[in-house]
Design a protein around this ligand. Sequence first.
Ligand SMILES: [Zn+2]
Ligand SMILES: [Zn+2]
Length: 292
Amino acid sequence: MKYKFWGVRGSIPTPGPETVGYGGNTSCGELTLDDGGMIIFDAGSGIRVLGNDLMKRGKKPVEAVILLSHTHWDHIQGFPFFVPAFIPGNKFVICGCEEADVKLDQIIKDQMKSAYFPIELSDMPASIGFKRLYEGKFKISGARVDTLYLNHPGFALGYRVESGSKSVVYISDNEPYPIQESTQPEFEGMTYKGSNNYRVIQFSKGTDLLVHDCQYTPDEYKTKVGWGHSPYDYVAEIAWKAEVKRLAIYHHDPGHDDAFVDGIVEKVKALLKEKGSSVEVFGAREGTELEL
Ligand SMILES: [Zn+2]
Ligand SMILES: [Zn+2]
């Protein structure tokens, strides 16, 4: 499998010289499966750039499953600008959770209502299907997919995709579950104890690549509890306990410039070194492609 980052920013696109290093587009990743199948994680503004690249590649028809972590703006706002959806014969299935009172297809249609956008979803000639997801397991083109509910306002899902002996875990927009007193050995050395944090660890266990929300410093997090994003010390603990091979620091805060993100990456590296962990850490950067 191959993973490519097309959008790595959280919350809102942030173009400009201060963010050009990591990139200003919001969440989007492309996973190429061993049989050539395509999974797209999230449809933030990065999917516009992916779409343009797919047009250049010239493959016809373009087919992909789009796995949405959730439907906040920064994870769907690029879809109206996804050129392959304007080409008849192309086929996309958009999967994700929905709100209690609004269905998934309605959420995607609503962002293209005339108050917000000049054309409607029904004006996109490609075949666009929808599939509501819950926690569970299913298959996409031979790959095994597992989902996990995350700690984020509304509903949000993390994804684990496995093909052969390789795997990737995509956890965008997740914050620590509340710290609890625990004497369980699996939390030894950890600050963020709690059984649901353990579920995140188990979900990520041994993966070749963990892409995880890492929006805040621990100090910033103190004033952002409940916003649904992680401080870097939590992310380091999850990667350490899950014994992942590579960790991508993801969903960079729109207020953090390249130097600040560099600093967060160094802090995570230092925390993992202290723990004697061999996890390879890097800041997710637009255009980076990894062979898993
Ligand atoms: Zn987000
Ligand atoms: Zn969100």
